[in-house]
Write a protein that binds this ligand. Structure first.
Ligand SMILES: [Zn+2]
Length: 257
């Protein structure tokens, strides 16, 4: 499987900035896990074929690109864009985003191929198939209902946390998956902002190290979704942990698992 963290901003020379204001991970150019920067950074190949979006939760940095992506493709859609998410997340989208006031209610706007958006409400533990990929949501630990995602193509399996304060939900998944190729995990704040991290249900390098020590897994772990302002500090603190299988995922670079 190909995984790519889409950039959300760009350097002066046009290259992708490692600073992540928005969260969007694309699998096989076909499925997005979160849609923070989907509209802003999707390649033509992604725009041509990506019609399924799995949302971990409804915070703005994870959904900002969703309305704009649907708006961009609306006139040319050959099938609806399907949003796979917890029922609570779908309710927030319909109530607070696609409510005509903030943006059109695309689930009621028909293209020749049907509504522009349709929803697949999934609960924790439900398996759902998109093309040749199989997905399952596991419980996150955030301020709002939030999920992590396990995705497999039958050969490789990768787990992705959404925003979360702990890896308790992931622990059960690691126990049930035979071979995990990679874990992608959030680490939003530096250690000096532990109070803010705890209050907003995010992790710091110290919290992450403690959580990883409880996992019975030695597969590579890649950190994603570092708050842009603190990126250098968080990366330095992660490096200082000297955990052999712990890496920081590069923004924009494709990874193959
Ligand atoms: Zn969040």
């Amino acid at each position: 499987m190909k995984f790519q963290l889409l950039p959300s901003s760009f350097e002066e020379d046009g290259s992708p900035s490692p600073r992540q204001h928005l969260a969007c991970l694309v699998v096989d150019d076909l499925v997005a896990i979160d849609a923070g920067s989907l509209a802003m950074a999707a390649t033509d190949e992604i725009r041509r074929q990506l019609r399924d979006i799995v949302l971990t939760h409804a915070h703005l940095d994870h959904i900002a690109g969703l309305p704009l992506y649907v708006d961009d493709l609306f006139a040319s859609l050959d099938k609806p864009i399907t949003v796979h998410a917890l029922p609570d997340v779908i309710n927030v989208l319909e109530r607070d985003v696609f409510n005509w006031s903030v943006f059109p209610r695309f689930s009621e706007l028909n293209t020749p191929a049907g509504p522009a958006i349709r929803y697949n409400a999934v609960e924790f533990g439900d398996q759902f198939i998109i093309s040749s990929l199989s997905f399952r949501l596991f419980r996150g630990d955030h301020k709002v209902p939030s999920a992590g995602v396990v995705v497999t193509d039958g050969q490789s399996t990768v787990a992705v946390t959404g925003d979360t304060a702990s890896l308790a939900g992931l622990q059960d998944e690691v126990a049930s998956v035979e071979s995990l190729q990679a874990i992608l995990v959030e680490c939003a704040f530096p250690n000096e902002l532990t109070d803010i991290a705890r209050n907003s249900h995010h992790m710091t390098p110290a919290i992450l190290a403690e959580e990883l020590s409880k996992l019975e897994s030695v597969c590579p772990v890649f950190v994603i979704n570092i708050k842009p302002r603190y990126r250098e500090l968080v990366v330095a603190e992660l490096t200082a942990l000297k955990i052999g299988n712990l890496n920081v995922m590069s923004v924009g670079k494709p990874y193959f698992w």
